[in-house]
Structure formats: C-alpha cells, structure tokens
Design a protein around this ligand. Structure first.
Ligand code: UDP
Length: 476
C-alpha cells in the first residue's frame, strides 16, 4: 500500500467497540459499530473469547479480548466483583495488545468506544494516545440520576419520603419508578459500585454516547435538549436499520445471538394467527423469575384465553408448572430464544409482556407494539414508568407482594386493558407516534443521524477540540 493510501485509511478513522458481553449490551454496541461502518469508518468489535463466535456482522471486524474467563465468561467466575476485577486486569492488557497490533497496519485504531461498564478502557485509550468514548446502554434519565449519586447530590438509599424525585427537565419519578439499586444499595453492592465507577474518569472522555434521543426523555419546555441534563451525544435508538430508516442495506438483525433462536418455528406458528391477536412475553437475557412469579405468568397467560408466544430460557424451564407446555399447546408456544425484533415486527403480535429492559423497551417503541411492563430489576422500573405515564404506550402491572410478584389476575387485567380495553386504541395511536419520532431521529437529517455524522467527521479530522470545549456542561 502506498503512503497516500495509508494516510487515507488513517483519515478514515478506525473505531474499536467493546460491549459488555451480555445480549442487552452486545446488541446496541454492535449496532453502533455497523452504523459507523456504514458511514465510512472502519469498525472492529472487540469482545470476550467466549462471545466472539456469536457475532456476525458484515463490514464489522471482530477481535477477541480477555475477561480472564476465556472458556465460559461470567458463568465461570465466582461472583460479580471478581469477574469485573478480572475483566479490568485482562481486558486492559488485551485491549492494549489489540491497539498495538493495529498500530503497524494501514488502519491504526483512532477511537475506543467502550461500554460504560468499563471505565478502564478509557485509561487504555489514553495510554495509547487515541480517543476514548463510553457508550451508555440505558436511558439518559437513569444515567443522569446515577451521575448525581456519584457527585454526592443524591444520597443513598433514596427513601419514600425523598420522592417524587424532581430534577428540572427530567420527568418526576415516584418511589416505585426509581432504579432498584438506589432504593436498596445493599442488594447488589458490586453492581452498584460498578455503575457509579462509570463516572470516575468521565471528564477525560472525548465523547459520551447515549442510546436514546431528545424527544424521548425530555420534559419540555424546561430543557430543550437532553444535553442540558446529561452531557451525552445521543445516537439512538440503535435498532437494525431495516426497522427504522433503511439506510444500511440488508441490516435486518443485530448480528449477534448468545443462544440459538427458534425462528422458523416461531414464524410458522405466527403465520396462522390473526393480526394483533398474539401476546409476546419475554423477560430478556438476565432476569431469573421466582418460581412463584413463573407460575403466575404461566397461569395468567393460559387463563387469558389468548394466543401467546413466551420465551423461557433453558435455565428457567424447570420453573414452568408441570404439564404446562402440553396443556397449552393449542393456544401457546414456549421457546427458549427467538429473534425478538422479527417477532415484534410481525403483524400477529398485539402486545408485549416485557421486563422493560432498555433494549426491549426501545424495540417495542420503534415497532409500535404496546406493552405490559413487569419490571424486576435495576432501571426496568424507570423504563416501566415511561411506558405507562410518559409515552402512554402500555401499562405497568401492579405487584401483589414485597417480592414484586405480579399475580395471574393482574396480568389478565393488564392484557385486557392493552389489547382491547378503553385506552387500547389510544395506546396504539401513541405507539405509532413514537415509532415515527424514532424513525425521524435516525433517518437522514434526524438528530441522532446528525450526531453520528458529526462524530464521524470529528474522529477523522481531530475534532476532539470541540468536544473538550463543551466539557464544562454539568461539571464533567
Ligand atoms: N432478545 C432476543 N431474543 C429473545 C429475548 C431477547 O433477541 O428471545 C434480545 C432483545 O431483542 C434485546 C436483548 O435481547 O435486544 C435484551 O436486552 P434488554 O435490554 O431488553 O434486556 P436484558 O437482557 O439486558 O435484561
């Protein structure tokens, strides 16, 4: 390769994107990598040895880094704290090696985009003199609340009498809407410590990315841009292009699956169902329901008399009531994993019973599917509030005990309300409206699309200066 061509490659920019190796993190970060590649950057995803084989995305390179548990990842570690520490040690070393490996090629890495769970990746980027930018996989509302805790502006635990939590520009949050860790910091201390450590070196970051868009979270007219509340460059929603803007040819799926999806079976089953008649239920990749909750969901779905398609991961299957699958064969299909987006896009789906993970929430919103929220953990409570009260695209199921169980009658009540209740039409109309706003954000000339274009131009031309000048906002 001649000198001029080499200079051209450097000018083009090469980003390495590092997701936390769970499905809900790989999906949006990989999608961002694809989006950047479609805009002319070279993009490489660096993920753990254990997950590297699960990723396939044309135009995006895939490289392995180590979390210290190359055979099996998190499942092989004794606990979260040990896992995150090992990831920092081994991840720093192997990321550094990866950057060095590319240094001598025609495409040296110019920017490290890392899951905000990995603040150490910014230190590695700086040691190598390249840009570093965290990617936050939850809402800007949740990020800005955690930031306030980090700054000592909110003291934990947040108690009932401290609510509603009212931050100018953000929607007010009542006690049940708060991220779980803020109410019970002792529930999962290692995870909370990691969430707060995201902010430790954020002042050194060259960009901060958020998987959301302005219209979605603001309380107008108090703030005009989420940037007034949270110094994030908003680039979301990161959903495969075919479902929103169609700018990336053939981009019909994320390109990563940690489990084998039973697509053919689901599609064949859905084809025979009337439009809008099926309840799709899934609790994401991480939630483990209590046996009681599993039973209540099972009987709630059955007794609703509706068609249902329920994702029950292999690890959860033992909690299903005995004989449930056989007994409900006529009305229901239980699968261990599916391509969720394909299902949500299917005309037979009328409603999504969801744990309200941020990706699932965005996906349903982008596809105009109304939801029944059954949040269980972390930011899911806050997302459920948005679903019901801010966007008006669903309801949040009420819990019947202090373990957070949603009973079978309550589930049926919620399904009636969303599928054919008085407000059902209104919810569908709202869902359609949010779908259009999401499309607008990522289509050419939309806010997220513009932000991505600006980043691509900056990373190629050294526009870091501009980003630095903005850093006074919110004290970052
Ligand atoms: N998902 C999937 N198939 C399933 C269930 C989930 O592809 O059967 C995907 C879903 O589309 C989403 C991700 O897994 O992108 C889950 O992310 P989310 O933030 O909703 O929840 P988490 O798993 O992180 O709790």
């Amino acid at each position: 390769m001649g000198k001029e061509q080499q200079v051209e490659h450097v000018r083009r920019g090469h980003v390495v994107v590092i997701p936390y190796p769970s499905q809900g993190h790989i999906n949006p970060l990989l999608q961002f990598a694809k989006r950047l590649a479609s805009k002319g950057l070279k993009a490489t995803v660096a993920t753990t040895h254990y997950t590297v084989k699960s990723i396939y995305a044309p135009n995006v390179g895939v490289e392995a880094i180590s979390d210290g548990y190359d055979e099996g990842g998190f499942a092989y570690s004794p606990d979260t704290d040990t896992y995150l520490k090992a990831f920092k040690t081994f991840g720093s070393k192997t990321l550094s090696q990866l950057i060095r490996k590319f240094e001598t090629t025609s495409s040296p890495i110019t920017c490290v985009i890392y899951d905000a769970f990995f603040p150490w990746a910014l230190d590695v980027a700086k040691q190598h003199g390249v840009y570093g930018a965290p990617f936050f996989t939850n809402s800007a509302t949740v990020s800005s609340i955690f930031y306030r805790v980090h700054k000592g502006l909110l003291t934990l635990p947040i108690k009932m009498e401290d609510t509603p939590l009212s931050i100018p520009g953000l929607h007010k949050l009542d006690y049940p809407d708060l991220p779980g860790f803020l109410k019970s910091p002792d529930f999962y201390p290692a995870y909370l410590a990691m969430k707060l450590s995201q902010f430790d070196n954020l002042h050194q970051a060259d960009w901060i990315f958020g998987n959301t868009f302005d219209d979605l979270e603001l309380q107008l007219p108090v703030a005009e841009r989420v940037g007034e509340l949270w110094r994030g460059t908003l680039i979301g929603p990161m959903i495969p292009s075919a479902y929103l803007d169609g700018q990336i040819e053939g981009d019909i799926g994320y390109g990563a699956s940690l489990w084998k999806p039973l697509d053919h079976k689901c599609k064949k089953w859905l084809e025979l169902k009337p439009a809008g008649s099926v309840v799709y239920a899934s609790f994401g990749s991480l939630v483990a329901l209590t046996p009681k909750q599993m039973e209540e969901i099972a009987w709630g779905l059955k007794e609703s008399g509706r068609h249902f398609l329920w994702v029950v991961k292999e690890s959860e299957r033992g909690k299903l009531p005995q004989g449930f699958i056989e007994e409900t064969e006529e009305k229901g299909l239980v699968v261990t994993w599916c391509q969720q987006l394909e299902l949500l896009a299917h005309k037979a789906i009328g409603c999504f019973v969801t744990h309200c993970g941020w990706n699932s929430t965005l996906e349903a919103l982008c596809l105009g599917v109304p939801m029944v929220g059954v949040p269980k953990f972390a930011d899911q409570y806050t997302n459920a509030k948005f679903i019901e009260e801010v966007w008006g695209v669903g309801v949040r199921a009420e819990e019947e005990d202090d373990k957070g169980t949603v009973g079978r009658e309550e589930l049926q009540l919620c399904l009636r309300e969303v599928m054919d209740g008085e407000r059902s039409q209104e919810m569908r109309k709202n869902a359609g409206k949010w779908r259009e706003l999401a499309k607008k954000a990522v289509c050419q000339g939309g806010s997220s699309d513009n932000n991505i274009n600006e980043f691509v131009a900056d990373v190629c031309t050294g526009g870091k200066k501009r980003a630095k000048e903005e850093k006074h906002m919110n004290g970052f």
